[in-house]
Design a protein around this ligand. Structure first.
Ligand SMILES: Nc1ncnc2c1ncn2[C@@H]1O[C@H](COP(=O)(O)OP(=O)(O)OP(=O)(O)O)[C@@H](O)[C@H]1O
Ligand SMILES: [Mg+2]
Length: 283
């Protein structure tokens, strides 16, 4: 499915004397099996934008179209939209509430009207996909480690078989190993299931490796919507809005400043690719 944001605005607390303009005139399209990275500094509107994608929030201006239909039109089935556009919240605790892991993951499919048996089959499949072992099915979700909670929250969304999977900062608060594991899980889900993925992050490094396209938010506006290579060629713009560019590119900049290498537009993102570029300079 394709989701289109058409000049979307969001004002929180609009009726009070302290309204907050969280989204200004955002237009973009999500879909087509792409892996999309969404980055921006804290408070730039990333979570707000993604909560509009599945109809949790209603825009105060503009429209959101799912395959061409306005999701806020009178007869639109927003409940099934919430299943088709799966959103894993920034704080997994906000999404986990049942007494045990399996029941928790069954909740989504049951809510969609599946029988208890079908819901359980979907839940088990989703838990397997995220690497949660049977021995953990009966545990309380709140007894799990941070990384496992994230996995269960992801399974809770996958069990509804979404066409678009949105993960809001899925690596926040995890140690480097936990981060790596969650990112490879997301990458695998994208590859194996062919679903559109939106990965929200503060970190360029995290999104740079996987994204086909990167969206950059700044103060509620969509500042950039381009390929990673094109985004990284705008270092000054990124630095002005407080975003770091991948360390590998900064390293090459330093080496160039020291007189090594060429001005070729190489944009390696992994240590391995960076080593290759440096070795080619030395030949
Ligand atoms: N429920 C709310 N009520 C009022 N203002 C809100 C609410 N949620 C977010 N905001 C404000 O809207 C703006 C955008 O917030 P949002 O959470 O979407 O940003 P974000 O990019 O996801 O930030 P972070 O990186 O910290 O998660 C901020 O100014 C924030 O304070
Ligand atoms: Mg957020």
């Amino acid at each position: 499915m394709t989701l289109e944001f058409d000049h979307v605005n969001c004002i929180y607390d609009a009726e009070t004397n302290q309204p907050v303009k969280a989204l200004s005139d955002v237009s973009l399209t999500i879909g087509g099996g792409e892996f999309i990275g969404l980055i921006g500094h804290t408070g730039s509107g990333k979570s707000t934008l993604m909560q509009h994608a599945n109809g949790l929030l209603k825009p105060t201006g503009g429209r959101i179209l799912a395959d061409g239909t306005d999701i806020w039109s009178r007869d639109y089935d927003r409940r099934s939209l919430r299943a088709r556009v799966g959103l894993v919240f920034q704080y997994p605790e906000h999404q986990l509430f049942e007494t045990d892991v399996l029941t928790d993951v069954c909740f989504g499919p049951k809510n969609l009207g599946k029988s208890a048996k079908d819901a359980e089959a979907l839940a088990k499949e989703a838990l397997e996909q995220v690497g949660i072992d049977k021995s953990q099915f009966a545990l309380s979700p709140f007894e799990l480690s941070g990384g496992q909670k994230r996995r269960v929250a992801i399974a809770g969304v996958l069990s509804m078989q979404p066409e678009i999977l949105i993960l809001d900062e899925p690596t926040a608060g995890l140690d480097p190993r936990g981060r790596k594991e969650i990112l490879s899980l997301v990458k695998r889900l994208h590859r194996e299931k062919g679903i559109t993925v939106v990965l929200v992050s503060h970190s360029m490094e995290d999104v740079a490796r996987f994204a086909d396209r990167i969206l950059v938010m700044d103060h509620g506006a969509l500042l950039l919507n381009e390929s990673p290579a094109s985004i990284f060629s705008r270092r000054e713009t990124l630095q002005q809005i407080g975003l770091n560019i991948p360390e590998t590119l900064l390293l090459l900049d330093e080496l160039r400043r020291a007189g090594l290498g060429t001005d070729d537009p190489a944009m390696p993102l992994t240590p391995e690719d960076t080593a290759e570029v440096i070795l080619s300079w030395l030949q």
